[in-house]
Design a protein around this ligand. Structure first.
Ligand SMILES: NC(=O)c1ccc[n+]([C@@H]2O[C@H](COP(=O)([O-])OP(=O)(O)OC[C@H]3O[C@@H](n4cnc5c(N)ncnc54)[C@H](OP(=O)(O)O)[C@@H]3O)[C@@H](O)[C@H]2O)c1
Length: 322
């Protein structure tokens, strides 16, 4: 099968498009014919070697976490899917493997694909959409009627977070983005927008129950004044120092510091599928690339100005709903 592999960490030119063996599946996995994948920041961070303490030095590595495609083979313990099913998933292997024509996906990491999305639109959802859901609902303990500010509202996680906050019953959703993306962020459901190039959101008179810092460039102490007395600050940056702050904030009453670390959950993908099919959540696609142009795709994503998601078409069925 065709796959984008790397033999060392480095710049985007380390990607090589090669013919390699299809992955072997274990009893709890399925072999998926990948029609589309998408780019997430963790993938270019892994390619650069920023996470090599975790990802090790054993090569070649096939990166990529998000998959939309068709089940072609199932392991003997798989009960929820059969060959021919169209699924979407966030692979739960340490380095993924989705930048390829076939991927070995755990049953517990997959759900049926939203029927009203193309594979490209569906492949944009799993990692970013589940991060937004778990950050708001689980770490943020978000309740209907509460007010939330999302810092980084125009990116992969942020565009889903605005829509999910509305689904969860937010009274007010404020999106922080640059002026060029304000209209999109409002269109996705934000009640108002703060242009970060013009105004510092921590210096306003507003009070939020939750600040979801998708960019991860602020801190609980900077956000204290704009958080309710029992408000929660959630960051996407899982650094050891941030976990320490999180544990310390639990030791006394008042505002809390939380870190989101995504877990692949079939039940969350099923929840997102239902909301997508009900018309409450959509994917915003910035750029579309064929698998052969993966280096170009990661170069674009690494500039950190993506609006929504960048998707990778692995097959001609990427733009099909079936
Ligand atoms: N812990 C986890 O489980 C987890 C899961 C997913 C993601 N993450 C992390 O979360 C971060 C965001 O991920 P993502 O997929 O949303 O990234 P992304 O799509 O690459 O984010 C790009 C967006 O961020 C905006 N942005 C850049 N600087 C900003 C600023 N100072 N204030 C407000 N917006 C700003 C950009 O808008 P402009 O062009 O207008 O600047 C752009 O639209 C990454 O660091 C990623 O690694 C962590």
């Amino acid at each position: 099968m065709k796959a984008a592999v790397i033999y060392r960490y480095g710049d985007p030119d380390v990607f090589q498009i090669e013919d390699i063996e299809r992955p072997q599946i274990s009893p709890e996995q399925m072999l998926i014919k990948v029609f589309a994948s998408s780019i997430n920041p963790i993938e270019w961070k892994m390619r650069k070697g920023m996470l090599k303490l975790l990802t090790g030095s054993s090569f070649p590595i096939t990166l990529g976490f998000d998959v939309s495609g068709e089940v072609v083979e199932i392991g003997e313990q798989v009960t929820r899917f059969k060959p021919g099913d169209l699924i979407y998933a966030r692979m739960d292997q340490l380095t993924g493997g989705a930048y390829a024509e076939y991927a070995a996906v755990a049953e517990k990491a997959a759900a049926l694909k939203p029927t009203n999305m193309t594979h490209a639109e569906a492949a944009a959802v799993p990692l970013a959409g589940m991060t937004a859901l778990q950050a708001l609902r689980d770490e943020g303990e978000f309740q209907p009627g509460q007010a939330v500010l999302i810092n980084g509202a125009s990116g992969g996680v942020g565009t889903y977070a605005i829509q999910i906050a509305k689904v969860l019953g937010a009274s007010t959703v404020v999106g922080v983005c640059s002026g060029k993306n304000a209209e999109l962020v409002r269109d996705l459901g934000a009640d108002s927008v703060i242009d970060y190039t013009q105004q510092d959101f921590t210096q306003t008179a507003a009070k939020y129950d939750l600040v979801f810092d998708v960019v991860g460039d602020r801190s609980l102490s900077e956000c204290k004044a704009v958080l309710q007395p029992k408000g929660i600050y959630v960051t996407t940056q899982p650094y050891p120092g941030n976990y320490l702050k999180s544990v310390l904030s639990l030791l006394w009453p008042g505002q809390k510091y939380k870190v989101i670390l995504l877990k692949s959950k079939a039940s969350d993908l099923a929840y997102l599928k239902a909301q997508i099919e009900a018309g409450h959540i959509r994917s915003v696609i910035d750029q579309r690339y064929p698998l052969e142009n993966i280096a170009e795709a990661q170069t674009y994503a690494e500039a950190e100005h993506t609006v929504g998601k960048n998707v990778i078409a692995v097959s001609e069925r990427a733009e099909s709903r079936t």
